[in-house]
Ligand binder design. Structure first.
Ligand SMILES: Cc1cc2nc3c(=O)[nH]c(=O)nc-3n(C[C@H](O)[C@H](O)[C@H](O)COP(=O)(O)OP(=O)(O)OC[C@H]3O[C@@H](n4cnc5c(N)ncnc54)[C@H](O)[C@@H]3O)c2cc1C
Length: 293
């Protein structure tokens, strides 16, 4: 193959695939499945057509359809710069997620999207970036970490605070270690229950704030995890001086259509699927105070 033809072929592969109908799933093939913990797996999918994968912004999600089982929203956990694949980290909690993590290499999955708002990473330029995650909440935040590390000169310190239930539930172990070695980057991990061999921190993620080094007046915070965790994280950050509009949270509600038609994911005046899943604390605070929503 001549260089020109090879370049053309490569370009064609990298062209983003444009979905004309957001309700129509596109077939993707499983390229790799990696076991992260006992119940959580990372799946790499590539378009069955051989075209480039859909482009996405950090924080966006797809609707993944396991044919014959069901469709479910899953955040994209891969690197936005990798245009030939989409990566998802899935915790098996029920029928659809179990079917998804049981897919084998070369089996097909339907993909709709990407949908939703992303983390406003560009807003953090010139500022310290706080990534605060609980459990599987690290998955939708991983693309932010990739973006910041790739464009290191644009941002101040990167502080990653991560809480898991137990040492066995810690996701992306090798990457957490690698990120901690990057310049101006601090990674702090805590668990709810340590066990006898755990030498690290024990406690909820907010207990890590004491050790975290960032300039409150020039920081943006991105948080994802159980709602109760985000409520406390946001309150603590505000108490420490972060402006509400500089704290972003990723909200989760069951959804069906992902395009604002079905109303399943309505949260106060918002549809999580199209107005979210990422909202500023400024927008979410009045709703987060209402536990029953
Ligand atoms: C925008 C968005 C992004 C998401 N990203 C991820 C991700 O990256 N990785 C991942 O593992 N999961 C993610 N989820 C959650 C995932 O969609 C649900 O776990 C999945 O739909 C459960 O389907 P199931 O059939 O396996 O379980 P079901 O049988 O439907 O439910 C099993 C249990 O999980 C609870 N549950 C179901 N859906 C949700 C939900 N949306 N929020 C809270 N509890 C729920 C049910 O109440 C039940 O207790 C995301 C959800 C949303 C809305």
């Amino acid at each position: 193959m001549t260089t020109a033809v090879a370049a053309k072929t490569k370009l064609k592969r990298m062209e983003p695939r444009m979905t004309t109908d957001p309700m129509l799933p596109e077939p993707y093939r499983v390229r790799q499945v990696v076991k992260e913990t006992a119940d959580t797996f990372t799946l790499t999918l590539e378009p069955s057509s051989g075209a480039g994968a859909s482009r996405f912004r950090p924080g966006q999600f797809s609707m993944l359809w396991v044919f014959g089982v069901g469709e479910l929203p899953i955040s994209i956990s891969g690197d936005p710069a990798e245009s030939d694949r989409l990566v998802y980290t899935v915790r098996s909690v029920g029928q659809a997620t179990e079917a998804l993590v049981s897919r084998e290499v070369s089996e097909e999955v339907g993909v709709r999207g990407p949908f939703g708002t992303g983390w406003p990473v560009e807003k953090a330029e010139g500022c310290d970036v706080l990534v605060i995650a609980g459990g599987i909440g690290l998955a939708p935040l991983r693309p932010v970490i990739y973006e910041v590390l790739r464009n290191r000169e644009k941002y101040g310190r990167l502080v990653i605070l991560y809480g898991a239930r137990s040492p066995r539930d810690v996701l992306y172990r090798k990457e957490l270690t690698a990120w901690a070695r990057q310049r101006d980057t601090q990674v702090l991990t805590t668990v709810d229950y340590g066990g006898i061999s755990w030498r690290g921190h024990v406690g909820v993620v907010t207990t890590l704030f004491k050790q975290a080094r960032f300039q409150t007046a020039r920081s943006l915070a991105y948080a994802c995890g159980p709602e109760i965790m985000m409520r406390f994280v946001a309150r603590d950050l505000e108490t420490r001086g972060l402006a509400r509009e500089n704290i972003y949270l990723s909200m989760e509600r069951n959804m069906k259509c992902a395009v604002g038609f079905c109303g399943h994911c309505q949260y106060g005046p918002h549809f999580i699927c199209k107005d979210g899943p990422i909202f500023s604390y400024d927008q979410m605070r009045p709703l987060l105070e209402k536990y029953e929503l």
